[in-house]
Design a binder for this molecule. Structure first.
Ligand SMILES: Nc1ncnc2c1ncn2[C@@H]1O[C@H](COP(=O)(O)OP(=O)(O)O)[C@@H](O)[C@H]1O
Ligand SMILES: Cc1ncsc1CCOP(=O)(O)O
Ligand SMILES: [Mg+2]
Length: 268
């Protein structure tokens, strides 16, 4: 299946993505999913997260503005998602910046089966044991051991790992792919990584068998779709402000053919 045809699946199926995300990006993540053609819902109450996760096509967890209530909500939702076969995508925002965030990410990873772990290269470096520095929620220096550590982590946890930045890396524990689309404006707005995680949730929500290889394909397609849309948006944006709006428009208008034409994906 071509990378672009994954977008057709998303638009045809309009998967419901249950997001437990942060206070900064809630609105933009929901609008990003709508522009793409997916269906967002944000739900946090302990009384309903298990029910919501069970009827969703995917569960996207984001540690951006973590607090103890959210930690419990994520635990309840993840348990229900695993029980009902709903794929989980985790964005460990700021893992490595404080022990609380790192511990929360590790508890989710150890206690549940993730479909995809997606963070910036520093967050992924911290969680996979490669090391790296995290400055608040932004990436610092990435580790030179990142690729090996990602592959070992993916194998051990039977999951797909995605590390983003100027170049993006994806592995299912066997193959490693390097993705080279995107635009520096993405690093000049808040929430690009968080929105991408929600988008990965939409793509993975179209996969109905628990298959790491298909999850990897979905992740590659999601990152490439998002980043090619960003390139198209940047072409007529005056700066980060208009870029943010233009990105929503580009996600709405982009075609599978445009994605396939611009995709820069290679196996390492
Ligand atoms: N310098 C860059 N050039 C091109 N694309 C980038 C650049 N920095 C980040 N991106 C893209 O921005 C998105 C968010 O990645 P990143 O900034 O690593 O995550 P986060 O916002 O979680 O720190 C990804 O799609 C990534 O490919
Ligand atoms: C600024 C900030 N602070 C807590 S969460 C958040 C948003 C982070 O978004 P992203 O990781 O996509 O840049
Ligand atoms: Mg992030």
């Amino acid at each position: 299946m071509s990378i672009g045809s994954w977008l057709t699946r998303v638009r045809d199926q309009r998967p419901l993505v249950h997001n437990i995300t942060n206070l900064v990006v809630t609105n933009v993540a929901a609008n990003t999913l709508l522009a793409l053609g997916a269906s967002p819902v944000m739900a946090y109450a302990h009384e309903e997260v298990a029910d919501m996760a069970s009827i969703a096509k995917s569960l996207a967890l984001n540690l951006g503005t973590l607090d103890p209530e959210i930690v419990v909500a994520m635990r309840l939702a993840s348990t229900a998602a695993n029980r009902t076969g709903v794929p989980i995508v985790l964005d460990p925002v700021g893992a490595g910046a404080t022990p609380y965030r790192t511990r929360a990410a590790q508890e989710i990873i150890d206690g549940h089966q993730l479909a995809i772990l997606r963070g910036n290269a520093s967050e992924i470096g911290i969680l996979t044991g490669a090391g790296g520095s995290v400055v608040g929620v932004d990436a610092g220096q990435a580790s030179e051991h990142l690729i090996d550590a990602m592959r070992a982590f993916a194998t051990e946890h039977r999951t797909v790992v995605v590390a983003t930045g100027p170049r993006d890396l994806v592995t299912d524990g066997q193959a490693v792919w390097e993705l080279a689309n995107g635009h520096p404006h993405l690093a000049a707005i808040t929430g690009s990584g968080c929105s991408l995680t929600a988008v990965i949730g939409a793509f993975v929500g179209t996969v109905d068998t628990c298959d790491p290889h298909l999850y990897a394909e979905a992740a590659i397609a999601a990152v490439t779709c998002f980043n090619v849309a960003a390139e198209r948006a940047a072409a007529h944006a005056a700066g980060p402000g208009s870029f943010q709006v233009a990105l929503l428009d580009a996600l709405y208008h982009i075609t599978p053919e445009q994605i396939d034409e611009a995709a820069r994906v290679r196996t390492l």
